[in-house]
Each structure stands twice: as structure tokens, then as C-alpha cells.
Ligand binder design. Structure first.
Ligand SMILES: O=C(O)CCC(=O)C(=O)O
Ligand SMILES: [Fe+2]
Length: 413
């Protein structure tokens, strides 16, 4: 079998692939020194970053025009190209969604707090990159994955040797096992090895590409130098992934000349997000006017396969909620000169120009019957997830909640 077929098989089955020498050898030193420069600058400017036990930085918001290799790298065949093949999508339907770096603390950190704190879950606890309140129940995301394959891939690419990220192969396709659930419930259980875990043992230049629904944890953060490039890619039109926001600022396009392939690739990615946002706007409008046909037509544009479409509808209710929260906190005005704001924020501001505050609230209200179906009324934290306590279902959506029952609840009569 060709290597790519094996890698794809492993990505689907085990949920991860370790890729040696993702960073072209002649770029390793220069990428590392660019990242070092950004990290040092941050230490000078930001005491909070220096005080963090799990420091990470949004590189896309911080790169300069003289650090173009740092932006070129995530567009490379080894990263974006391989992602599109693992996600089984054409290069014209994939976009880079995040470019950041995971670093070491400058001190030996204390034992981390357990999971499910009011401020969220520390990545040194076992978790899936799923927040039940923001993303929906795990079972719903699993259904979509089984029906349509993955629509999002995440990378950790080490610029210094490391074996920090640990994961359980295959756990992205199932609920927590009884044994896992029992251990994660116990005090300190989220910070101990789980059966079947493997370490992503990376030499400088190697990467691991993974499905972030996997159970994973960072088993140590120490003073030892860590510079790990963290990337996200998503597809469009196949299925709406729970990681559906663009964390990049549009300004990174402007670093490259108009007709350069880098500029075109980046601009194409932003256009995919913008077009999707317009479809989402149409879906919200259809909800306001009670037009079930238009609503379904919009959902079909976001989520091609019929199966797993409930996931898309649930995620749209989360997008609406997120927009509502944003509209309450944002006055809609651009901060002058803030070119680092993510494209996701820009799109939300655009959405606010199409929908006034009352309409955004109405969209959320129209999703209320669905929202109620996703809640138990009892707040809890279940091990293996990001976020904090919530009454949203963590794992198994009741069987009575189906696409049909949800559509009937949203469009009564
Ligand atoms: O430090 C790490 O490698 C863990 C990061 C992580 O869990 C994440 O970004 O989702
Ligand atoms: Fe994570």
C-alpha cells in the first residue's frame, strides 16, 4: 500500500499519525529562531504569559512581515497537503484555522488543578478537545465522524525533542470506557496514565497529526525547552466540525505579494470561511422567517451527507449562542489599528451588520427547544472533557433526540 494510504488508514482507525521530518531540515533552525524571538518578546511584554504553567501563544497574531517562513510552513505540502489527504478533501476545500505555539514554563510548575475548574480544564488532565456546552454531546460528534469522516485535523510539530502529548489510539471513535470513566472520576485520576496510552515521541522536526476528539493529555510541563507548533485545518462542505472558527487574522495575507501562491492559499481559506458564514446567515434568516425548506437547504450546503446532519443543526445552535454572547460583549466597533483580531471576530461583526441585536436573540430563541433537549437540568463535570461543570449532556444524547424530533421542535406545526 502507498504510504499515504497507510497514513490515512491509521488516521481514521487510530486517530493519529506520527510524521517524521515534517519540518524541512533546512528550515528547522530558522523556524525555531523566529518562534524564539516571538516568545522572548512576549516574556518582555506579558507577565501573565511568563507566569503560566502551560504557556501557549497565538503565532498568527504575532508574526512579522520578516517571519514569512513561519506562515509558509503551515501552507506546505508536508502540513496542509498531508492534512487534505488525511481528511480526504480537495485542496480547494481545506483551510488553515490556527497557528500557535506550545512552550515550556520558565519554572517547575506545581501539580496542576484537576479538570472541570470554573476557568476550564488544564491540558495536563486527560481530555478530548470537546466542551459539551460549546460543541454538543460526544455521541453526536461520534455519529457524524462515523458517517462522514473527520472534518478537522490538529498538529503538534516539535521544534525541540519532546514526548509530552499522550493519547489513546482509537478513543476518538467511542465513548469513555467503564475503566477510563472510573479512573477519571477518582481524585488525581485525570493525571495518571490510562491503559493503552502512547506518547507522541517527537524528535525536533517531527509532528503528530491527530483527531482532537481523542482522549489525550500533556503528561508533563517542565522547564525543558519546548517549542511546538500547533496547527489546525478544517474542511468545508463535507460536514461542519465542532472546531469551525478561523483563529487567523486576515492581515497575514498582506505579507505576501498579490499574485503569490501563499497569498492565494490564505485568501482562499478566508473566502471559504466567509462563504460558509453567509450560508449560516441564510440558515439563521430561514429560522427567523420559519422557512423550513430554506433552513434545510442551508444545512445541506454545510453538511453534504444526510446522515449526521443532526450534528450540524446542534453546532449551528452553538454558533448562534456564541454570536449572541459576542453581540452582548462587543460594541461592534473595530479597535483602531488592531490588525491581529481573528477572522472569526471579523465574521461575527459582519453578521451583526446583517442581524440586529433583537434578531440575534430571536435566532437563539428559535433554537431553544433544541437547546433544552441537550440539557439534563443537573450540572456536573464528567471526566475526559474540556470546560467546566454544565448541565449540557456530556456523553450520550438520549435516543429520542433525532434529526426528526429536533426539526419538529424547531419548526412546530
Ligand atoms: O501540551 C500539549 O501538547 C497538549 C495540548 C492540548 O491538549 C491541546 O492543544 O488540545
Ligand atoms: Fe487538547
Amino acid at each position: 500500500m502507498p504510504e499515504i494510504a497507510l497514513q490515512r488508514e491509521q488516521f481514521l482507525r487510530d486517530g493519529y499519525v506520527i510524521v517524521r521530518d515534517v519540518v524541512p531540515a533546512d528550515q528547522l533552525v530558522s523556524l525555531c529562531s523566529m518562534v524564539d524571538e516571538i516568545v522572548e518578546r512576549e516574556h518582555d511584554l506579558n507577565p501573565e504569559f511568563s507566569a503560566s504553567s502551560v504557556p501557549r501563544l497565538d503565532l498568527a497574531a504575532r508574526v512579522d512581515a520578516d517571519m514569512l517562513d513561519l506562515v509558509r510552513f503551515p501552507l506546505h505540502e508536508n502540513t496542509m497537503g498531508l492534512s487534505s489527504r488525511l481528511l480526504d478533501c480537495s485542496p480547494s476545500t481545506i483551510a488553515l484555522s490556527a497557528l500557535s505555539v506550545l512552550c515550556n514554563p520558565e519554572f517547575d510548575p506545581d501539580t496542576p488543578l484537576g479538570p472541570g475548574q470554573p476557568e476550564g480544564t488544564d491540558p495536563r488532565n486527560w481530555h478530548r478537545d470537546i466542551r459539551p456546552d460549546h460543541d454538543g454531546p460526544l455521541s453526536v460528534l461520534l455519529d457524524d465522524l462515523e458517517a462522514n469522516g473527520p472534518a478537522y485535523s490538529q498538529w503538534n510539530i516539535a521544534l525541540c525533542d519532546e514526548a509530552i502529548l499522550h493519547l489513546i489510539p482509537g478513543s476518538h471513535r467511542r465513548l469513555n470506557s467503564g475503566l477510563e470513566a472510573d479512573q477519571l472520576k477518582r481524585h488525581g485520576g485525570a493525571q495518571m496514565p490510562l491503559p493503552g496510552e502512547i506518547a507522541a515521541d517527537l524528535k525536533a522536526g517531527d509532528g503528530v497529526v491527530y483527531n482532537s476528539m481523542l482522549l489525550h493529555w500533556a503528561n508533563q510541563y517542565t522547564k525543558q525547552k519546548r517549542r511546538t507548533i500547533h496547527l489546525g485545518y478544517r474542511t468545508f462542505g463535507k460536514a461542519l466540525p465542532n472546531h469551525n472558527c478561523c483563529g487567523l487574522p486576515e492581515r497575514i495575507c498582506s505579507f505576501f505579494p498579490d499574485d503569490s501562491p501563499e497569498r492565494q492559499a490564505l485568501a482562499h481559506g478566508f473566502a471559504l470561511y466567509r462563504d460558509e458564514s453567509m450560508v449560516i446567515g441564510d440558515v439563521f434568516r430561514a429560522l427567523l422567517t420559519g422557512d423550513r425548506e430554506k433552513f434545510s437547504a442551508g444545512v445541506t450546503r454545510l453538511h453534504l451527507g444526510g446522515e449526521g446532519r443532526l450534528t450540524c443543526v446542534i453546532l449551528l445552535s452553538k454558533v448562534a449562542r456564541n454570536l449572541f454572547e459576542f453581540s452582548k460583549s462587543d460594541d461592534g466597533k473595530y479597535v483602531p489599528g488592531d490588525s491581529t483580531v481573528s477572522y472569526n471576530v471579523q465574521l461575527k461583526r459582519q453578521m451583526q451588520r446583517s442581524f440586529d441585536a433583537a434578531e440575534i436573540q430571536q435566532v437563539c430563541e428559535r433554537f431553544q427547544p433544541l437547546d433544552r433537549m441537550l440539557r439534563t437540568g443537573v450540572s456536573e463535570y464528567v471526566g475526559g472533557f474540556l470546560g467546566t461543570r454544565t448541565d449540557y449532556v456530556f456523553e450520550q444524547l438520549p435516543a429520542a433526540v433525532t434529526e426528526k424530533s429536533v426539526m419538529a421542535a424547531i419548526f412546530p406545526g
